[in-house]
Every structure is written in C-alpha cells, then in structure tokens.
Design a protein around this ligand. Sequence first.
Ligand SMILES: C[S@@+](CC[C@H](N)C(=O)[O-])C[C@H]1O[C@@H](n2cnc3c(N)ncnc32)[C@H](O)[C@@H]1O
Length: 331
Amino acid sequence: MSGKQSVTPEARVGDDLADAAPGEVVPAPAVGAGQGSVVFVGAGPGAGDLITLRGARVIAAADIIVWASSLVSPEVIAERRAEAEVIDSASAPLEALVPVYTRARDEGLLVARVHTGDPSLYGAIAEQRDLCERLGLAVQVVPGVSAFSAAAARVGAELTVPQVSQSLTITRLEGGRTPMPPGETIASFASHGATMAIYLSAARNKALQDALLAGGYPPQTPCVVGYAVSWPEEMVLRCPLAQLSATMRAHKLWKHTIVLVGPAVGAGPTGTRSHLYHPGFRHEYRDADPAVAAPLGVPETVSQRAGQPVTGRHSDGAVAGTPEVQPGDKQ
Ligand SMILES: C[S@@+](CC[C@H](N)C(=O)[O-])C[C@H]1O[C@@H](n2cnc3c(N)ncnc32)[C@H](O)[C@@H]1O
C-alpha cells in the first residue's frame, strides 16, 4: 500500500485490498550519518534536563542546530560539537531556512531543528516537514515534554483521575490572529467538563475565562496557571475559574503561560481509586482478591470537586491566585 497516498478511504472499499490486512505500515524514518537529514527535536518546556536522551544525542551529533533563542533555553544546546553551526530561527521566516536545508542535503549534514516542548503541538512542523521532503531530506521527529505535562507535574496533578476526568483537550482560545477551524471553540470543549490544557491564550485571559464559564464549567472549577514552567523565573498559581483573569492580570502573565482547567487539577484528595491498582480488580498480570472486591463507585469528594472552592491551603481566596511554593523555589 505504501505509495498509494492519493487513494481515498472510500476508494479502498471493495478494491483489491479486500484480502489484505487493513492499515498502512508506516516505515521508521531512515536518518543516517552522511545523509542529509533534519531531526525535529522536542526541547521540553525549558529546563535543560527535561529533554529526552534521544533529543540530546541528536543535538550532540548535529552539524547544524536551528533553534529559537526566544523559546528554548541555551542549556538545551550547550552539549554540541565545537564545530556545529548554530542558527537562531527566532526572527527567521521559513524561507530563510531553504538555503540551510539545501546545503544539508547536498553535503549530507545532520540538522537538529530544536523546538520548545513537543514538536507535535503548535510547532509548525507540518510545513517544515513538507519543505524538507520537497528538498529531498530525510525527516525524523523526537518527542519532547510539552508544557501541559510540565505544568501537571509541577502541581503533582493527574489529568485523568478516574471518575473525575478521563479526557484532556489541548487547545487555544479562538478569535486570535491564528484562524481556528470552525467548531473548535473553548466553550464547546468546556461543555464536556473534562480537563483542558490551554496554550497561547494568556494575553486574552478575560475572553478565555468568559468562554470557559459560558461552556459550563462552574465558577469554582480549579485552574492551574503555569508561567515559564521549569525556567528559573517560573511561577505556578492556583485559582478558581472565576478568578482566572484577575489572577493572570495581577501577575502580568501575558505570554509563555499555560492554563490547566477542570476538576482533576484541583488540590487535595480526589477520593477515587483506579481499577488498575485496586486489589479487587483482576487483570492480565494479577488476580482479584475476592475479599476486597468492593464496588468502585463515585465517592462524594468526586462530585464535590468541580463545584467546590479550591481546597486545602488554596481555599482562602484572599489573593487572586496562590503561588504553589516548593522548597527552593524562587518566586
Ligand atoms: C508555540 S507554543 C509551543 C508549545 C510547545 N510545542 C509545547 O509542546 O509545549 C508556545 C506556548 O506553549 C506554552 N508553553 C510552552 N512552554 C511553556 C512553559 N515552559 N511554561 C508555560 N507555558 C509554556 C505557552 O502557552 C506558550 O504560549
């Protein structure tokens, strides 16, 4: 099937594929030494040790490193070859990279194209991949820790707490300079009441709060606001949704900020158990203990979570947003 990219799913029904196993095997990308290639490397959210080992190895081996100094920490590219060429893409349009990529192809060079977080999210790698493939370069992507993972880790949150939320919507506020596909609105996603991670929307925090409320989240729904997570200047705050905009304005968080919303990101106990670790739940690697095969119902704390004031040390509401302070943090 490979090479039949123009065949539509409709055209496949009933044709010679009837006897073949369904699905198209995607071969592993071939990126080798001496072959012109571009590897999109996820740099992680900021801290130099939040890049993957694979990503770091690619950077260490690269002949050319293209990175955005405005978004990626210099730590991430510190371990490079002395003779590696470093190009800052912060102010360069895609076209400016054409001569670089062409030279990489002609001279068989390895380019590490370093992206903040995970390249698959708001990384504009689709257009870059198309360009590289047009130029005849091999392309590979190394995943990275995205901002939503870093923010969740920072507050110790599980974004998919059983019976609270089993879904995560990754999105941004519509109505900005980047057009959104019809149907992708904050309010429509909010109507599910599940967990949301909202990128690229800090500057319009009032519109964001209004849309989240309009979608149906209760005003007390827990929010986590993460500014420059894992950078030295990091600030992480909790607040109820009704105070989201006031919190972001009070701390002047216009950019480099991610917002997590939903009952799962609240502080305090969840009151739920997953089936996976419940002794009364049998699975492939463990028998159930019949003595504790208790029903895994919905405890009261779960139903309280979405609408209750933010719990524990975050419940006073005196300040618009309470910084999550950990030992050693600089606020
Ligand atoms: C162009 S997008 C890139 C996202 C990136 N590919 C990722 O996976 O995290 C930039 C946006 O990501 C979010 N972001 C990236 N790194 C962040 C960090 N360290 N702390 C908070 N938000 C971050 C912010 O919403 C920022 O406006």
